[in-house]
Each structure stands twice: as C-alpha cells, then as structure tokens.
Design a protein around this ligand. Sequence first.
Ligand code: SF4
Ligand code: SF4
Length: 316
Amino acid sequence: MIEFDEIVGLNNDSIPLEIELSGICNLQCPYCDPVNHNGERPWADSSMLLKTLDKIYKECKKPFIITLVGGEPSLWPDAKYVLPLIKKIDNRNFIRIVSNGIRSYKWFNIHKNYLDGVLLSYHSSGKPIEKWIKNINKIDIPYAISVLGDAKTWEDVMYNYNYVKENSTASGIQLKAVTPRGGSKDVTYTEQQKEIIRNSLCILKDDIKNWPKFWGELKYKNKYLDKFSNGHPGLNFSNLMFSGKNNFKGWKCNAGVNRFTFKGTGKIHGTSGCDIRNDIGNWHTGEIINFYKEPAICKYEFCNCATDVGISKTKL
Ligand code: SF4
Ligand code: SF4
C-alpha cells in the first residue's frame, strides 16, 4: 500500500460541483437507497439552479467541473435548455453526467456539444450486458464504465466486466465495489474478490487522461514525491477502502471550500456523503448562507464515499 500524506482533488483553479438533479430513475437497484429512485424528490426549478450557480461563480471566480447525478440525469426534462446556459456562465465549465446508460444513445448524442464526458455504471437490474453495450457503443462522447461489483452475484459481475472489456468502445473500465449503507466495515467481499476489484482499473484510450480529474485514480503526495503523482497506479477508492486507509480523522479537508454538492433535498453541502458542512445554502431557493474560507477538520472514522475521498485533504 502506497504511503501518502496528502490527497489532491481537482485542480485548485476550478470548482468541482456535484448536482443531484432528482430522485427519479428508470431502474430500482436492490442496493440503492429508495430516495434515489422512488420519485419522492422531483426535478428542481432550473431557474433557481442557474441563479445559484451564478452566485457561486461570482464569489469563487473559477470555472466549474460539474457532475450531474440522480436518480438518472438522462431523464432530466430541462437538459436541452439548461446545459447551454451553464456553458454560457463560463465556456470553460466542464460538464459530465453519471448515467446508468439505459436511455438510447441518441439522447446523449443530442447533447454532445454540452456534455464533456459520460460516466456510465452498469447495473445488472437493467438491460442484459450484450444489449446495453450495443446501445452505449454508439455514444459519441468520451465515456468510462464502472461495472457494479455486487458480492452477492459475483459470477455475473465477472461475466459482465469481461464482456465490457472485450466489446465496449469505452475509454476506461473498472469494477466498483458496492458500498452498503453503514460503511466499509460491512463490505462482505472475499479476499480474492477484493484483489480483483483492486486491480480492475483499465485505461483503454488516452482521451480520458485529459479529463479534469483522472478517472478512477487519486492524485496524492508523500514524502518521496517532490510533486504530486498523477494517476499513479495503486491508489484508488477501492484500494483505500479494502485496506482501511479511507480514514482521515484529524486531517484538513477542503469540503465546502473548493467543493460543493447540490443535494436532492435542495441543501448545498461541502461533500457528497458526509455531513461535515451541510449548511452552505439551498439551490432550490437560490439562498447562500455560508461561503467557507478555511478547510474543515475531519471528525469521522471513515470517508465512505468515493467522491468525498477525492476532495483535497492534508494530514496535519
Ligand atoms: S441506477 Fe443508480 S439511482 Fe437508479 S436505482 Fe440503480 S443505483 Fe439507484
Ligand atoms: S469523512 Fe468528510 S470530513 Fe472526513 S475526509 Fe471525508 S469528506 Fe472530509
């Protein structure tokens, strides 16, 4: 396991921002929190979304790296009208979408002038893998695939992962551990399965290396490096989680300083999974309460969300 004393998130000259557009989805995966697919959280008012982005842009004066998540963002009825307006705030804004790839490739291609990348997740509760690949291979935007590695259906997971590797035109592929609610201590993979997940990351095309965050790998710094590693193999979320190194208690964490999540409830948090700074404002009403200037001190035993692990953090 690599020693590190700093994880570097996205570059400091941009603002990573994740937007949970709704709790509406076209699948119902067994490991998913129902709030993410049962429709209780409808699509928010897009004019408030744009107003809030504008306020944050004026305060931070940096381009955004926006990740649209759901539910299923490809069902968003306002996409065609809002995506060009996000680019209009600053044409350097980078927009990517996290999708289950159930919608026709045509939807993605219609929006290709405003979507810079697609992060596809394969869930076995959707289409059979052969049919799924046939559709997504026609997407005309660089994309990467995570195959969800549910320990309960491991044989199918391996078949799906290998099928994707051999038949997709993806820029990168990885197996992603399913993190049960309750945290990494409850993950019930065998040692062999953990090893397979750890070593599953494959970069197949160079275009993915130009994404603002090198997909799948974490940048880090340690006492042997005089500059930051960039996509060095061996440090990624699964790797950290399985070795219990996703523990940053007492570290300085940039949640809420250079990182925002627009939650499905309307609240603006500084993180995706943890609640260290959940009082920044509300994007459903356009209200901003706090702009934090200093990092938080982590008080949790485990950082259980892959996105949160990627927030810049430094050992004190
Ligand atoms: S595709 Fe994603 S949001 Fe939809 S049910 Fe599955 S895990 Fe939940
Ligand atoms: S658990 Fe929260 S405070 Fe701690 S490192 Fe992760 S995001 Fe930051």
